[in-house]
Structure formats: C-alpha cells, structure tokens
Design a protein around this ligand. Structure first.
Ligand code: IMP
Length: 197
C-alpha cells in the first residue's frame, strides 16, 4: 500500500518522514505525481483545506494521503490571519508585506497573544478523512528579530522563550512548533493504522 504526502514542499516532507518511521509503507509525495494539478486551497478553515487536499490527492491516486495546513491566529484580531496567513497582505504578497500588515493591525492593541496552529488530515483512498491538530502559543513582538525560518517567524516569540522563532535554532523550533505537535499527535493516532496497511 502506498501513502502520498500531499505537498511539493521538500522541507515538510523531510519533517514528516523523520517523525514517522515508515518501514512497510511505500511513501510518495506530490513530487511523484507531476500531472495532478495543485489543489485549490479555498476553504475558510485550516481543517477544511487540509481535508480537501488529502481527499483530492487520495481520490486522484487511489492511495492513502496525508496533508497539512497551518496559520497564525492572533487573539486581538479575532483569529486573523488564520487560514489566510500566506496571503494576508494580498495575492502575490511577500512575507515582509504580511509582517508589515500584522504590525500595522496590532498597533495600539493591548493583547499581543497569538498561536501558530497546524491541522493534519489523513484520507483513505475512498475520500474518508480524519484530522489532528497541534498548536504553539506565544506573543507578537513590535519589531522584526532574527534571520532563520520563514513567514511570521521574526515576529513570534513562543511562550517560555525570549527569542523569536527566527532567532531560535531550527532544531529548537522544529521540536516545539505547531507542526511538530501536530505530527506527534498524528503519529500517536495513526502509526498503528498506517503500519497495518
Ligand atoms: P502552510 O500551510 O504551512 O503553507 O502555511 C501557510 C502560511 O502560514 C505560511 O505561508 C506562513 O505565512 C504561515 N506559517 C505557517 N507555519 C509557519 C511557521 O512555522 N513560521 C512562520 N509562518 C508560518
């Protein structure tokens, strides 16, 4: 039986492979299916997009499929940018544009609490899906700090630390991140299922 990881992001693939110990299962990624079109992420929740990606890839390939979707949820902004994190400042915007908009929207707000959240969906070949999620709470600081990582990392200080995600070693970030928590839960929930396929 094959499992398809529904991403063309090599870094995510590596992270997923390093947490799951896939021995019996043949694991492929969206890189191995260049003819399958990219799934349009048009749902209004992280769950919706993760499930849509997993189900469409499972149905297109006839295999089990795993997909994820992540975003930054800011308390004073009612959970925004959330599912729209990648294009918060508009289509084709850069990480810098998004960070600038976030600082603008938060200026003068009392609470700067936020959390990163990841949802991972697993679909069987028929399109029946289940999800797990993971989160990393923290605060948004007032200016960009650090060069590592991507996205909102230079503005996000995780609870229990004084450095931003962009200042912390990637090894530390990958241990405490929303993606790591979600992958850990995915492993707890689905390792037996996946090893029995
Ligand atoms: P994706 O679902 O993993 O592609 O994430 C969607 C968007 O959320 C990214 O384009 C980033 O803007 C933001 N994001 C997700 N995870 C992270 C992270 O670990 N650090 C910073 N930004 C993130």
């Amino acid at each position: 039986m094959k499992l398809i990881i529904a991403t063309r992001n090599a870094h995510k693939l590596e992270e997923i492979r390093s947490i799951f110990n896939f021995q019996e299962l043949e694991v492929l990624s969206a890189f191995d299916f260049p003819d399958i079109p990219d799934v349009v992420e048009d749902r209004d929740t992280l769950e919706g997009n993760a499930v849509k990606k997993a189900v469409e890839i499972a149905q297109a390939t006839g295999c089990w499929a795993l997909a994820d979707d992540s975003g930054l949820e800011v308390e004073a902004l009612g959970g925004a940018p959330g599912v729209y994190s990648a294009r918060y400042a508009g289509e084709e915007c850069s990480y810098a544009d998004n960070n600038e908009k976030l600082l603008r929207e938060l200026s003068g707000k009392e609470s700067r609490s936020a959390r990163f959240r990841t949802v991972i969906a697993l679909s069987d070949p028929g399109g029946s899906a289940q999800t797990v999620d993971g989160e990393c709470p923290g605060v948004i600081i007032e200016e960009l700090r650090g060069e590592n990582g991507f996205g909102y990392d230079p503005l996000f200080v995780p609870d229990g630390y004084s450095e931003t995600f962009a200042e912390l070693d990637s090894e530390v970030k990958n241990r405490i991140s929303h993606r790591a928590q979600a992958l850990q839960r995915a492993h707890e929930q689905w390792a037996n299922l996946l090893s029995s396929l």
